[in-house]
Design a protein. Sequence first.
Lengths: 496, 618, 187, 100, 472
Amino acid sequence: MLSLIVFLPLAAAAVLAAATQLPDRVARWAWLGVTAVELVLVVLAWAAYSTPAPGALALEEQVQWIPGIGSSYHVGVDGLSLPLVALTNVVFAACAVYALREQNRPRVQAALFCFLQSVSLGLFVSADLILFFLFFDLSIVGMYFVIAGWGHGNAARSAVKFFLYTFLGSLALLLGFIGLYVASDPHTFDMVALAADPPLAGSGAVGALVLGAVLLGLAVKTPTVPFHTWLPPAHTDAPAVGSAVLAAVLLKVGTYGFVRIGMPMLPDAWRSWAGVLVVVGVVSVLYGAMVALAQTDLKRMIAYTSVNHMGYVVLAVGAAGVVAGSDAEARAVAVTGAVTQMVSHGLITGALFLLAGVLQDRAGTYDMGAYGGLAAPAPRFATLFAVGAFASLGLPGFSGFIAELQVFAGGIAAVPLTALALPGILVTAALFLRAIRRLLTGPTAGHSTGFADLRPAETWSVAPLLLLALVIGVLPRPLLDVIEPASAAVVDLVGR
Amino acid sequence: MSPALAGAALWLLVMLPAAVGVALALGGRRLDRAAAPVSVLTAGSGLVLAVVVAFARPEVSVPFVAGSPFSLAVDALSAVVVPTVAAVTLLVLVFATGDVRDAPARFHGLMLLFASAVAVTATATTWPTLLLAWEVMGATSYALVGFWWRDDDRVAAGGTAFVTTRAADLGLYLAVGAALAGGAGLAIADAPAASPGWRHALAAGVLVAALGKAAQLPFSFWLSRAMAGPSPVSALLHSAAMVAMGGYLLLRAQPLLAATGWAATTAAWAGALTALVLGAVAAAQRDLKQLLAASTSAQLGFVVLGAGVGAVAGGTAHLVAHAATKALLFLAAGAWLTALGTKSLPALTGVARRWPVAGAAASVGALSLAGVAPLALWATKDEVLAAALKTSPALYVVGLAAAALSAAYAAKVLVLVWRREPAGVEKAWDDEQAGTRHIGWVETGPLLVLAAGAAVLGVLALPPVGDALRSALGEESAPTATLLELAGSALLALVVLAAVMRWGTPEPGWATSWLGLGRVTDAVAVRPVLRLAETLARFDDRVLDRGVDDTATATAAAAARLARVDDARVDGLVTAVARRTRRLGELAQRPQTGQLHEYYLQAAAVLAVGVLLLLVVR
Amino acid sequence: MLDVVAFWVLGIVAVVSGAFVFVVDSMARATYALALSFVAVGAALLLMDLQYVGLITVLMMVMEMAVMAVYMVMFMGMNPALMPMSMVHDNRKALAAAAATFVLLAGGALLVPWPTRRGAPSGDVTAALGEAIMGSKMLVMMTISPVMVATIVAGIVLAAPRGRYDRLGDDLRRRPADDPQPGGVGR
Amino acid sequence: MSLDAVLVVASALFSVGLYGAISQQVVVMVMMGLELMINGVILAAAGFWWFMAPEPTGQVLLLVVIAAMTVEMAMGFAVATVLHRSRSVDMTDMAADLSR
Amino acid sequence: MAAEVRALLPEVLLLLGGLVALVGGSFLPRQRQWVARLVVVAALLGAAAVALVDLLGPAGAAFSGAYAVDGATGAARIVVAAATLLVIGLGVDELAGGRQESETYALLLFSALGAVLLAGADDLLVLAVGFLLASIPLYALIGSARTPAAAEAVMKTYLLGALFGITMLLGVTVLYGVAGDTLYAVLATRLGDAPRAAVAFGLVAVFAGLMFKAGGVPAHFWVPDAAQGAGTTAAAFLTTVPKVGAVVAAYRLVDAMPATVDASLLVGLLAVASMTLGNLAAFAQTDPRRLLGWSTVSQVGYLLVPVAVAGRSDLALPAMLLYLSAYSVTNLAAFAVVAALPERRDLASWAGLAGSRPWLAGALVVSLLGLLGTPPTAVFVGKLTVATAAWDGGAAWLAVAVLLNTLLSLFYYLRWVVPVYRGGEPVERTARGAFSPRPWAAGAAVTAALASVVLGLASGAVWTLLDVPLIR
């Protein structure tokens, strides 16, 4: 089941890449078809999913791969990964809809995105470190080609910067993986086994160093301050669908790694790093929000809010590592909030980036000062953007609130210091209101004159994402019911 | 009525306006024609439902986040407040069908959504539920204040309102965390049982959030800017509902405040001082809506004072009476604004004579505001002050002074609107918008209903209704206003009224400008934050982004000196990194001279070093 | 005692004539000097009972030096006897490197506590060599033959200016061969 | 005659050869330097054989060294020829286009 | 004797194939030298097949322990044969109908034989002779392009080779002197009591010779020159096949060294020097061949990492063999792409290839990202296991060095990928006719790139095959 979900897009990518004579129209619709099938599959998987025992995975598949070094093709999902798998498929489906208007080599683009989808799905279902790393690196490669091939502005340079920076992260990660492997007994790369019997327990410095390498790798990918500087240029120069995938799916890999790898496999070290993580989280929240506030370029602004939003996740997982003086329930709430935030940020920021792409499409600039009063010529755009902005600033009724409320509730309860990050919510609100004021309201001016409103493909790619954010915000239980057992399990593991 | 049915009514009370509101707000222009009737119908059903739940007292609950349910319940307190809000909503919406003509679907949609949020706020029994509704109120208020989005300053005013109240709302986020940590659970009623340390944090958070929402000092200025919104919005949000919810939250959390030892006192003084200072501010205003806004802050000060001194029943009564009174006045101001295109007081001179019915209704409201017996606010305010006297005479004195100021600004309005129209007053009209010179029955009807309310709601503080309310809220033994106090305050109101009619009110600059709070906030918070943001952004671009390269640079630096390569200034990041690494690369290429004998030399040297290394290292 | 004297004489001859290779001002003289150095070492080998190998060294080197002289005349167009030359670069560094190498090697030779001799030479050294070549060390000698083949092929591939297709045509059927100097095979 | 003496002489030969290999510009002269180095190796091998391990292996080693010297020199001539033919130079310094 | 020949049947096949091609070739008309090619291909296939059979069978020693027929040798035989096949495949376009086609094949086989002998040598003398056999045909291969650059390249290669050959012989002499024998089995037992200085000197000297064959520091100077100056076929061969033999030989040598000398440290330092120098020097290269030449220098650095922990980690030997095979096929894929477009001597001139020839561009990207170590190509598994082995063997710093250097190498591999995939090239650069690759080389490129991925995915099975003990 999982393998089918993971590899179906890959097969589609191969076919799309090989069929050079395929008409563009067919390619576009084929891509949409694949993502639709993927959506159905993930719904089936969700239906078939039943909460596994703590530390175990559901829908598991395991095939020997490199037995010599204890690595296998091992996939499975639990409450941490299943929501992200679903998110991935949703976001890619939205991108496929959005790209129905793509004129620039649509067949190759479809192939590339199918490839990226496979890789992203693979990342979230991997239960083997090497498999995880494989997909991790391939995601970098795929994203590089998306930015370099379909970007605008200084795309080549941004793409290289993205590649270099995240590749650095991946190498640090690999170093950490090797450390885990060498320390495990018997040597293995299997995540389940490593989590069940964490190596380097009580080893002090070595464990801290190994986790340090892992954290560095994940922090670059997340990204957290001060490793975030690749993000704004990458987003600014990437195509809309590329930005959406990058923000909605690939950034989650970093934070997912925290809960999947860092916490369960190196609980000792995690506890000793927890303070640093909390501080980094607080700084990321505040710093990301503040720098976003100063931006005049819409995409850069959204990119920096990603730093802010991912900061909440870091904050929460860091707080979950401060075991002393807090109860497990609060820490579990924080972790649940973190996972919810991943899903929520994926939906909302994905939608915002798709909307930002419309600006580039119509007027060729993201400079908010070049617009004004867009609500008059483009009411649909204005409505969706406003909804997205409010969702992103954590308005109740949207998923972001569910996430941030839990992050803060659990975080503050576990580590009162995390309250320092609260102004982040405020600054985010201020900056989104400013963006709305600059772009949508006031007299119609600049590029807004004659701005064509959203076309159906654009509307129907963005609206479902926001609708899902709304559904999660109003009816969070189905999602939380999946996440909560898993986060409780993770918190247990860290508390060992 | 069966509990299930009552529960359904409560759900419906919350869900119906929310669903209709979202549909109308997002539906766009297509729904404009249907908007007004649907909206009034919904609000009407809301009122019916509110009355139903007020009697049936249902409790409903579904699982929600952080181990706490989304739960609503109607208790004695909300049984009073919920129907009040529903009634005001209905009346305001009826008024709006005549008053708000552009984009009615969006307007009514947002109003209904807001009404739903208020209903949830009023009935929430857990912190997350409360916070959810609380923030939705803020967001809808933003959208409503900035309703005329083509005017940049109105949108900005909405932004100020939202950001300021949200700054205070952070307190509630803190409160949720504190409640979770405190071990007493996330139910509001359980808060006093939280462990001592966390109890303080919880109370502080709630206090800050409530003061912000209630536009108490030092947050008051946002209310002034919020007056940029349509008048019906002010009538609902800034009298009966959103601002009032700040006071309401404190009334609800009164046991918590009392349990901390300091929070209740703080709340009492914050309320009393706001009532006094904002009263002065109100008296100094030359713009009717600004005057009413300052008055709202001041009147909510009494509610907050009530919560602080433990007069929940008095506070509630004042809240309800003020809701009717202030909604009435705001609607009247709105009607005049629509008709004459102005809300400046001088321009409104004699307006009551032009439309006497509306003028008479508004006068009832103004007299109630002034505390003239037997109108509503006269008794309710004294109920609060009686409790204040028991707590501290100083509080009582401040409160009484504030009451006098209420009379002053009410008198200022009264005098103006009934004065004969001076010649040429028309020239001052239409400074805001083009007036219609018309006030229809759709507008006047709600004014009359509200005037009735403003006249009689004082019974909530007087026996026998007042006693019933007190016993429902469990405050039988709390102090209540003596006859002396009641008479005294009524007399005070009349004296002040007369004095103002004779001498007018002073308009000191500090008061006209709302103590300059807006400017202070701008200078102390907004601009520094923006400057910090820009500084950080520059730091991000110039230092952090470049830091990547500089790591490479640092390693290269030593080598570069060796290579006698110029240390050219760095500009771009990646180019710099690439250049630095390339420089390292050039360095690495240097041994490859192409001269064979130099290869020989190098090889010999490396081998010799290798041998020596093996000899030295054991 | 005698062999000590003989060894030192031979050694000094070998080193001095070796040094002369780079001192004399013509390539021909350098070649002779090198040959002398090899002969001296070959003789020293004889002192150590390595009759066969010593002899081979001498023979091989004399032949090789002859080839070298011929080569220089034929290909480089030099008159070995007449052309004085001094083509040296980085002399100072080279001297330093050589000196350092000598210090390292000789120092090692003198300071290392060499182990004592293991066993004694068998009676007939040359016969022992033959047995080793046909026995335990057969693979070494077996491999030397392809090395020789490869050397010949490689030498020809590198040095021959004209291949068979230049001479005999692409189908190898041209007769007589197209040679700048008629004669030889395939005429 | 002792092992030390043999090795010192061999070291001298090797070092002189190294000097030549580094300092000479003409390819053939560099080859002569290399030959001298091999000469030193031969002497050292003989010394080791005689004073420390008088086994047939040592003789085979000597044969290998001599064979190596021969084939290397043969290749050297071929390389010098090719260099001379395609670049008309016989000095290493003059063939230094491939660098960096 | 017959048993020994059977044990060395792959080597014999290589030798015979070379001889037949050499002799038969001299009777073949210019346009029918493909017959010689067929002979050579048959010999290589035969050698590989026999080697595979032997690899599955029991391990053993031949010629009184002078030659090991074990997993390492078997792997080297197969890799060398396969690599040589690929080299011939990518070189057909360049060689076919040439004046010395059959001789070139013979030389390739002789050199390949030399590399195999290096890999299997358990005796310093065999090692020395294998060195000669691997080197000498190489000189001819480099020089046979007959261009000034080729002449210079062969001159430098030869002179460096001669010097390091002498160094190696000196080292063999010293080790023989202190151990009394040249068999590794004897060395391993006797060197422990031998004078440390002599052992250290001998080790360094012999190892230096192997570094010449492997193209690592301090004997790397010839590699970029030869890669740039020689013909593509020769360049592809010399950066791949000799390394296989040299690295396996280095492993056996270090494995036989006593604990009295810290061979691990020496090899580790040389490994780091190689990878760092190679990567840094490759930064600014604009000629793709020279860039690949430097890249191979850095790859040798990675290959030496398991050598440094030889005997200290169970992972070291299989990791090294896996990396060797992965490196060979991936490096050849890159060279095959170059061979397909030999006249593009400047990275900038590759702009537009992705649009014009997507398959070739794909092969290039797979090979370059493969060399970088991107999963799922085989080099990734190689790099991963190599770094793991280093850490496991107590040299975590080497693992860090490997990963840091991988980051460094990304710069220049990307410098090549960027123009190939840059969007917005004018149509005349992306039209199909803008690039006209040579067919055989392009085929070899795609094949090798595919093989690189397949080998990566199938590395589990390969690992099992390679995880066998060393025979001494």
